[in-house]
Design a protein around this ligand. Sequence first.
Ligand SMILES: [Zn+2]
Length: 258
Amino acid sequence: MSVLQLVVLGIVLYMLIPFVITRICGLVVIRRGKAARQVAFTFDDGPNPTYTPRLLDLLHVHGVKATFFVLGKEAEKYPDVIRRMHQEGHQIGIHNYTHTSNWIMTPGEIKRGQIDITADILERITGERPTFYRPPWGLLNLGDLFNYHLRSTYRIVLWSVIVGDWKRSTTAERLRSKLLGRIKPGAIVVLHDSGKTLGADADAPLQMIAGLDAVLMEVHQQGYSCVRVDEMLEPSERDRYREGTSTTKKSYKSSVMR
Ligand SMILES: [Zn+2]
């Protein structure tokens, strides 16, 4: 077998097989809830000192609890924003320490350099250890699929609705009509409260927040309740992945001691 063939085989095994399993088949990950008339709004890439507080204001006005998948490095810089999320009843999950794809990291780098460090930061700020994880761009590698620590400690969450809100071209009105057209019972919607990541427009969250205001009004009128992702799970599964439970702490301690 030539070097080129080996490289291609490596890419297929490490990147594409997990992509097919998770993104196309929906195995291993959660992409939607089962309950009728529930929708979960999730926000990636924050906290952002400008946009996240504005988003929290909006969620407060609408009485909505949401889920934030945050970057450990940003959480370290803006602990007050994380504290506010937590105090206002939102769920906080991990989106790696930096916005780096799992496709270009080893399982060891991901565990120690991305997930564990972010869990430590969030636990220091809120007193609760996160138990939900969303990898950047929703991309897992083969090691993640067989990573017992990751799979037993964290529920891995993707989405069922994505609308390109990280681009300025997705105006508030376009975002509103796209979201309202795609939200179905059990939908998990991914949006972004920071425009700092690769490929995003810096001020795009401003339009997202404006469009979301109209969407929240509309989904309430349609009889939806907006819930955190953990509230969408079956009760037995919810107990398993409850934030800060002794099970989580135990598995964290054993992982630290290893
Ligand atoms: Zn992201």
